[in-house]
Each structure stands twice: as structure tokens, then as C-alpha cells.
Design a protein around this ligand. Structure first.
Ligand code: ADP
Ligand code: MG
Length: 606
């Protein structure tokens, strides 16, 4: 694992550096060969770039669009302004400022450090609140943040001069500082995206339930991304304040939010390259449109000034790009991948350890137990007073007609649903009410009836993110674990492909491989053979037997193929209309009158 993580870190560092170098070079060229007018354009570009990349760190990785980031920019600009305006000027510009602030006058760089500290605190508080919300509710909350901070800036007249211009900020922002900070931001953004936190966050963006099922605490990762992105944007705010010297609250409101979001969306927010590309494109386009706006001459005809050309033009570009490429121009593609040598994946069969050896044998002590669990969906008892046990080293089939509560029971066992009544325990530890990512860390893993894969992750990354997220196990073996699992499940050839691009049967395998990467003691499979052809399901049976016989894993499997279940399972548990109808060996179940009745009755109804 150490090696694997280091490898990820190095790749990300290389990628980030590769993206930063052209930005630095262009800056040097601008400084050497272009005049001050162009230098100013490049500084504005770099500040926009910091904001766009910052917004991408949160929105791109979490999938939650943020409209609120410019409030951090305002925090940066105003706080650093108050700290850096000369004490003499403050007497004029901010006469109502409290005395302890009036006496302060620090430089640009120290003010950046203060702003970073304050932003971390502010982002932590706002992020805590935000992390309770999902999807579009979270997006709307970020919009609320923008409006609230805007209102506060206007209200805090003693500190900000309200809606009037805030002036006298020393114009200390220079090209060199902007180049250094934007290069740093590019590299940090790339490290975050490609290393474990970003990988986990992207997994939870693609499928929250699946991410939690492998032990990912999505809220925690989201909060981290929020704080990092807030700091990036706040620093950009400091630089903007010290570039303009004079600004007012509306500089950090809707119009600029729209323009900066446009850059992110058009470039593609799922990659750092996309953020850079979008910023370059829109900066060029708006420079061009702005010139058009002031009127121009075509073939000797004077076209008059057309107000709003820039906004309308950018709006049209967004519509156009979204129509043809809804993920933005670059999508999740990082430009440096073009230059990366394709490592051919040639597993060394002689030296490599088998999955069986890595997992070893699970202890035969303990069990996964449900006691009198009830699940009430607004009146419908999907599960009604069911008790059951799953021991290590056995394969138990969970059967019953459609709608009999099998999936619901499995959801309760794995913490996806909290039961209305009853309790669940793992090896005598009461886990009732625990989150599914906590249960995953207790060696219980699962697959889903409707395949849940991470659309942005390769097959290998599915296994990797599961192996590192579950928290258990020996770290140094994760690299081996990934190769061994790919081999065990017969997925070696597909390792570098996006999992969602595979045929259905292989997607099922990826899901099982992801669950196995947790080295579970208990494995819960919801219709794993659905959609597999007969070869594939026979192969799956063999693998399940190995899990039991060689590794001592307890497997709970839901499936409709009765012949397969009778062959495969040591015990069967039969549900009917949410109640436990019978349990016992396949032979007992086959001849159980109630079971025959339930199935035959069902057939008659059909
Ligand atoms: P099975 O997996 O055995 O086919 P399920 O556990 O999916 O059955 O469903 C059991 C019953 O609970 C069904 O009647 C289903 O419609 C209902 N049900 C399942 N999930 C929900 C839910 N989230 N909200 C309301 N009803 C649900
Ligand atoms: Mg089901």
C-alpha cells in the first residue's frame, strides 16, 4: 500500500507540475516580452485560474456545484485589505474601525497567512452545516452562503464601508507572486484529486451508497475538499484586492460567480486540466468580446457599441458546450495523460501472491446476527420480526418471492437502512444504527441488486479505493491485494478500463471484487448472478466456494436460480411477505410445505 500510495502521489505530483509549467513559462514570457497592459491581463487570468481551480477542487470532486465560493474571495479581499491599508489612510477610509485594527499594518504575505487561518475556521463551520445536505440542496445552500456573506459585508460598514468602494489597499500584487501561487494551487489541486482523499470523494460523487459500502466517510472528505478549495479562493481574493486597490461587495457576487463558474463548466470540472482550459478559453473569449462591445469596424461599416455582448457571448458558449459535451470540453481528462508512458500490465505470476493467501483464513468465531428486525416503510412492513445468523465459513441463501423483503434485510444488515425495530450485531458488537461505512470497516461488505459502480473510476481504482478505505488489514500488501484480486476474479485484462464500460457480467464481477477488497469476514451478495451468462455464473459459484473453503468467509447470497442455490448453499433462509417462512438445509427447504405453498401460490397469482 505504501508503494501504491507513493506511486499515486508521485504521478499526481508529476501531473500537477506538467500542468503548472506552461502557466509559469507563459508568465515569464509575458514579463519579458510584453508590456504592462498584457501583464495586467495575465495577472487577472491567474487570479481567475486560482478561483476556478479552487471551485473545481470542491465541485469537481464532490459533484456538488458551488455558487458560494466568491464569499471566500470577499473574506480574503476585505480582511487582507483591513490588515494592510496604512494606519494613516485608515483614519480617512475606515474611521469607524475598532482601535485594535486601526493600529495594524502588515505586509501582503503575512496578511495571506492570516486570511488562510480565518478561512479555515470559516470554511470548517460553513462546511459542517453544508455536509448535512446532499446534491442540489447543498448547491442551493452554497448560494445562500453567497447571499449571506454579501449581506454581511454590506452590513459591517465599520469594517468594509458597506456597499461603497473599499479603497486604499496597497497594490502589491505582482506577476511573480501570482505565478508562484497559481503553480502551487495547480499542484495541490492535482494532488488532492489523484490521491486517496480525492479518489474517495470522486467515488462518493459517482455513487454515495456504494462508496459508503466500502468504508468511505463521504462527509469527511467533502469537508476537507470544501476547506482546501475555500483557502485557494480566499488567497485569490487577497491577490485580487491588492491588484485592484479599490473594490466593492458586488465584485464578489452573482456576475463574477457566473463568469468564473462558466470557465469551470466549459473546461470540465472533473479535471484540473479542464479548469485551466476553461479559464484560458473564457479569458480569451471575454477579452475579444469586450473589444467588440465597445464598437468596431467591419468592411468600413462602423458597428455601434452593443451593451452586454460579453455576458451574452459567454452564455451562448456555455449553452453550445453543454449541448455537445455535458461534462465540459475536457471532462475528466488530464492533459498530461497524453504524455504518460502506458505501463503494460504484466502480472508476474511466479512471484505474486494469491488472493487466498493474502486474506488468509477468517476466524471461525462470531457471527453476523439480526434479531427481530422490523422495517416499516410508511405502513408497509417490508421486513417483519426477522431473526437470522450468518456464520463464517458457510454459504447461506436468502430466497423468497419478489418483494418479500430480501434486499431490505440485506440493507439493514449492511447499515444502508436503519431498521424500525430490532438489532443487528457483528461478532457480538451491537451495530444497530451504525452508518454503513462504519459497518464496512467491521469486515462486512456487500454488492447491490442494481449494480452500483463509480463511473469515473477504472476497474483497478475500484479495488484500490476499497482496499484503502476499509481501514483494516496490513497496509504494505495493498499492491499485492489489487493484483491478486484482479487475477482471482479474472479481471486482469480489464484493469485499466472504466468499469462502467464493461459488459454487464463483468460489471457484476467488478462489484464483487470491490467488496472482496475489504477482505471481509462476511460477504453479502444481492443477486450477483443476475445478468451473467451460464459460464459466468458457474465461474462465480466456484469463486464463492473458494471464499468459503479457502478463506473461511461467510457468504449470504440472494438469487432466484433455485437449482444453483440448492447446489451452492449450506443453508437457506426463506422470506415471504417480510416474514421468516422457513430455514434449513436445501433438502429441508425443498420439501417444506409452507415454502412450496408460497412459491406455488405466487405462481398461480402470476
Ligand atoms: P425483494 O428484494 O425480496 O424483492 P425488497 O426488499 O426490495 O424485496 O422489497 C420489499 C418490499 O418493500 C416491497 O414491497 C418494496 O416495494 C418495499 N420497499 C423496498 N424499499 C422501499 C423503500 N425505500 N420505500 C418504500 N418501500 C420499499
Ligand atoms: Mg431484491
Amino acid at each position: 500500500m505504501k508503494n501504491r500510495i507513493n506511486q499515486r502521489f508521485l504521478n499526481a505530483l508529476n501531473g500537477g507540475t506538467a500542468l503548472a509549467v506552461p502557466i509559469i513559462l507563459a508568465g515569464v514570457i509575458v514579463a519579458l516580452f510584453f508590456g504592462p497592459a498584457f501583464e495586467r491581463i495575465y495577472i487577472v487570468f491567474l487570479i481567475s485560474l486560482m478561483v476556478v481551480i479552487g471551485m473545481g477542487v470542491y465541485s469537481g470532486n464532490s459533484g456538488i456545484m458551488s455558487f458560494g465560493h466568491l464569499s471566500f474571495m470577499a473574506v480574503g479581499a476585505y480582511i487582507s485589505g483591513i490588515l494592510t491599508i496604512s494606519t494613516n489612510l485608515k483614519k480617512v477610509s475606515l474611521p469607524l474601525l475598532p482601535d485594535f485594527l486601526k493600529g495594524i499594518e502588515i505586509g501582503l504575505v503575512p496578511s495571506i497567512l492570516v486570511v488562510i487561518g480565518i478561512t479555515i475556521a470559516f470554511a470548517w463551520i460553513s462546511g459542517k452545516i453544508l455536509s448535512r445536505l446532499e446534491g442540489s440542496a447543498a448547491s442551493i445552500a452554497t448560494l445562500g452562503l453567497l447571499v449571506i456573506v454579501h449581506g454581511l459585508v454590506i452590513a459591517a460598514r465599520e469594517f468594509t464601508r458597506g456597499s461603497q468602494s473599499f479603497f486604499g489597499v496597497p497594490r502589491d500584487t505582482n506577476l511573480a507572486l501570482c505565478i508562484v501561487i497559481s503553480a502551487l494551487i495547480i499542484i495541490i489541486a492535482r494532488l488532492f484529486r489523484d490521491c486517496l482523499p480525492g479518489l474517495q470523494l470522486r467515488a462518493s460523487r459517482d455513487d454515495l451508497a456504494a462508496a459508503e459500502s466500502i468504508g468511505i466517510n463521504a462527509k469527511k472528505r467533502r469537508l476537507q475538499a470544501w476547506i482546501i478549495s475555500a483557502v485557494m479562493v480566499a488567497v485569490a481574493g487577497v491577490l485580487l484586492g491588492h491588484f485592484l486597490g479599490t473594490f466593492s461587495p458586488k465584485k464578489f457576487y452573482f456576475v463574477d460567480t457566473f463568469a468564473l463558474l462558466a470557465m469551470l463548466i466549459i473546461g470540465g470540472m472533473e479535471s484540473v486540466s479542464g479548469a485551466i482550459f476553461g479559464t484560458v478559453l473564457i479569458t480569451i473569449a471575454s477579452e475579444f468580446l469586450r473589444r467588440l462591445e465597445t464598437g468596431f469596424v467591419v468592411f468600413g461599416v462602423q458597428i455601434p457599441e452593443i451593451f452586454g455582448t460579453t455576458q451574452v457571448g459567454i452564455g451562448l458558449v456555455i449553452l453550445f458546450v453543454m449541448y455537445f459535451r455535458s461534462d465540459g470540453l475536457l471532462g475528466r481528462f488530464e492533459i498530461d495523460h497524453l504524455f504518460r508512458r502506458k505501463k503494460s500490465f504484466a502480472p508476474n505470476r511466479e512471484n505474486s501472491v494469491d488472493f487466498e493467501q493474502i486474506v488468509g483464513r477468517q476466524s471461525s468465531e462470531g457471527c453476523l446476527q439480526a434479531e427481530n428486525v422490523v422495517m416499516n416503510f410508511s405502513g408497509l412492513k417490508a421486513v417483519d420480526q426477522v431473526s437470522m445468523k450468518l456464520f463464517p465459513n458457510e454459504i447461506v441463501g436468502l430466497i423468497g418471492p419478489n418483494g418479500s423483503g430480501k434486499t431490505t434485510l440485506l440493507n439493514i444488515l449492511s447499515g444502508v437502512l436503519e431498521s424500525t425495530a430490532g438489532s443487528v450485531s457483528i461478532d457480538k458488537t451491537d451495530v444497530t444504527g451504525m452508518k454503513s461505512y462504519e459497518i464496512a470497516r467491521l469486515n462486512v461488505s456487500r454488492t447491490f441488486q442494481n449494480i452500483k459502480l463509480f463511473s469515473g473510476l477504472t476497474v483497478r481504482e475500484h479495488i484500490e479505493v476499497a482496499a484503502v478505505s476499509s481501514g483494516g488489514g496490513d497496509d504494505s500488501s495493498a499492491g499485492d491485494l489489487i493484483s491478486a484480486l484482479l487475477r482471482f476474479m479474472g479481471l486482469e485484462k480489464e484493469a485499466s478500463r472504466l468499469a462502467v464500460e464493461l459488459p454487464y457480467g463483468l460489471q457484476r464481477k467488478v462489484e464483487i471484487a470491490r467488496a472482496l477488497a475489504l477482505k471481509p469476514k462476511f460477504l453479502l451478495l444481492d443477486e450477483p448472478a443476475a445478468g451473467m451468462n451460464s459460464d459466468e455464473s458457474r465461474q462465480l459459484m466456484k469463486e464463492l466456494l473458494k471464499l468459503r473453503d479457502d478463506m473461511g468467509i461467510g457468504v449470504l447470497i440472494i438469487d432466484h436460480d433455485m437449482d444453483m442455490m440448492m447446489d451452492l448453499c449450506d443453508r437457506l433462509i426463506v422470506l415471504n411477505e417480510g416474514r421468516l417462512l422457513a430455514q434449513g438445509t436445501p433438502r429441508v427447504i425443498k420439501n417444506h410445505p409452507g415454502v412450496i405453498e408460497a412459491y406455488m401460490g405466487r405462481k398461480r397469482k402470476n
